[in-house]
Design a protein around this ligand. Structure first.
Ligand code: FES
Length: 155
């Protein structure tokens, strides 16, 4: 009788532990950011070249960057954080510039500072084009002191 009771107690603890583990897994899965659009090499698939008009700026909030297609058809990816204190900098289509809502720094379409207090251009991210698909590598975000043509992906 004692063996049977002991077995049932251990079974109860085991089932309770399994239920707790499942609950923790569900909560953690819910809280972690979704990464469905990132492949296993941390590459963000932005889309086909034809999705991006020349002279356009497209926001990718999931990747925290903007994909800029310059007038010559080349691509430039810019991180969305202001280089002053890190506020998210929206693109203003009317003004054709990035304008920080916190302290009014602004940047041109290449991320170059137009008005301070931003101390340097927006960070840039490498762009790749594979089989007509534009991809960005957020993990390779880079600081810069100025815009250089080598930061642009030319087709
Ligand atoms: Fe953008 Fe201060 S955080 S200007």
């Amino acid at each position: 009788m004692a063996d049977r009771r002991s077995f049932l107690v251990r079974l109860g603890w085991a089932l309770g532990f399994i239920a707790l583990a499942e609950a923790v897994w569900v909560v953690v899965s819910f809280l972690l950011p979704r990464r469905a659009i990132l492949d296993d090499a941390e590459i963000f698939v932005a889309g086909p070249i034809s999705d991006f008009a020349e002279g356009s700026v497209t926001a990718f909030p999931e990747g925290k960057f903007y994909l800029v297609r310059l007038e010559d058809g080349s691509f430039l990816a810019l991180h969305r954080e202001c280089t002053h204190l890190g506020c998210t900098v929206p693109w203003s289509e009317d003004e054709q510039r990035f304008v920080c809502p916190c302290h009014a720094s602004s940047y041109d379409i290449r991320g170059t500072v137009l008005t301070s207090p931003a101390p340097r251009p927006l960070d840039w991210l490498p762009v790749r084009v594979e089989n007509g698909i534009v991809k960005v590598v957020p993990a390779e975000r880079q600081r810069r002191s100025e815009f250089r043509p080598t930061q642009v992906h030319t087709l």
